[in-house]
Design a protein around this ligand. Sequence first.
Ligand code: ZN
Length: 485
Amino acid sequence: MARLPYPLSAWAIVDESYSILSSNESWKMYDGLEFDENFLKSISEQRARHAELFLSASRRPRRLFIKCVADVSESKKTPLSLELDKARSEKVVSKKKRFRGRPVSWKSWRQFNARADPKSRKRVYDDLVKKTPLIRPIIRATFEKSWSVHKQYGTTPLRSYLESERITLPELKMLVQKLGSAVRKPFREALSHYSREIKKAPAEYYDDFYYFRGRIFRPLDKIFSKFDPAEMPIRQLKRLGFDTRKISVDVEDRPKKTPSAVAFFVQIPNDARVLVKPISPYTDMESSYHEFGHAMHCISVDPNLALWDRESLSHGVAEIFSTFMETLVEEPRYLRKKFGLSEKQIREIVERRRFMELFFVAFYAANSLMKISFQEKKLTMDQASDLYAKLYKEYVGFEIPGEYWQLHHVMPDYDLYSPSYLIAAVRKSELIKKLGNRLGEDWWDSPKAGDYLKKIMSPGANIDLDGFSRLDTGPFLKPLVNPDL
Ligand SMILES: [Zn+2]
C-alpha cells in the first residue's frame, strides 16, 4: 500500500474543504438559485481523487474507510445526479396541465396535487409515470456506479448501510415487516374516512401520500398561516438552549427549488442550512420543524472530533432528531401553549397526523422492502418496478404502475435511505418517552432537555444509541394502532 504524503489530520482538512465547497454549491442548486455546474463536477472529481488517495494508503479507521468509499461513489455519481435533477424539471413534465403558468413538472407536482381536482391529478400522475423511461437509464447508471465503486473496495452499498445503521439484514427486514403489517388495518380504515372527507369519494391509486399531505391539514391552514415557519422552530431551539446563529433558513418559493424540504450540513457543526418550499401552512410548519431537527443535530456535534466521527452520521440516526422536532407540532400541550390552538383544533391535528403517520409507515414499508431486495439481489429496473407494484398493493393497498418509485425524491437518489425513516421513527418515540419520564410533560420548555439532547448528539457517529433505544416498537406503534388507549 502507498503512504499518505502527509498526516491523516492534514488529509482530513483538505477532504472537509472539498465537502464544504461541494455542499455549498449543491445547496444553491436545491434552493433553485444560479449555480455553477462545472464547478460542482470538478469539485466532485477532486474529492473522489482525494478519497482514493486515502483508500490507496489505508483501510483504517474502518469508519473513514466506509466514508471514503461512499464519497468516491457519491462524487462519481455527481454528473448523473445533475442530469437527473435537470431531467426532473425539464423532462418529467406533463403538458396536459399547468401550474402557475408552467407545465406541471416533477418539481411542482406536490404543489399542483394540493390544489387540482381529481381528474386533472389522475391525468398528470399517469403522464408523469409515463415519462419515467426518460429518467430510468440515469437512475440505473447511478446504482451501477455505486455497485462498481463498492465492489472495487470489496464491499457493497448494502453492507456499508447495515454497518453504519448498526443493524443486521434479518433484523431490518423483520422490523420493516412488523411495522408495515401492524398499520395495515388502521391505515385502510383511516384512509377511507379521510378520502370520503377530502375527495367525497373512495381513494384511488393516484391519491398518493403527497396528495393527502398537501390536503389534509387544510382546515388548519387559516390558523397556521399566522405563524412563520422560519421563526417558530428557531424559538423552540433557543428555549432548549441551542445556538441558532449557526442555522440559516430559506422558505422562499422558486420554480426550480426542490419540492421536498431539506437540510444541508455544509460544515459540521458550524453551518447548517434549511430549505422549505411552501406547500400549505401546516405542512410547511411541520417540514420546517423537521429540517430544524436536522440542523439542531448538525450544530450539536463536538467540533473536536475527528472528521469521520463528525461526518459519518447515518440516515437512521439523523432522522431521529428531525422527526423528534417534527413531533412537537402534534403534541397537544405544545400546540395549546405555543400556537394557542383550541381543543377542537388540537384534536383535528392529532387525528390527521395519526392518519399521515399510518400512511407514512405503510408507504415506507413498501419503499423500504423494495430497496432492500433491490440492493440484496441487484434487481433489474423491471424487476424492481414489478416488486414495487406488488409491495405497494400489499402495504398501501392499491394497484399502481410500479415505475412510480422512480419519481420519488429519495428512492432513486440513494442506495437505500428509505428504511432509515422507519428505524428512526421507532428510536425517536423511545427518546421522547425517555425525556417525558425524566423531565415531565412540558420537557420542551426545559433547558435540561436541551442538555440531554446535546449529550446524545455531540458524539456524532459515536452516538450511544443503547442509552435511549432498544428498537422497541411499542412507544411508536401503540398510539398509532390504538389511539384511544
Ligand atoms: Zn429528514
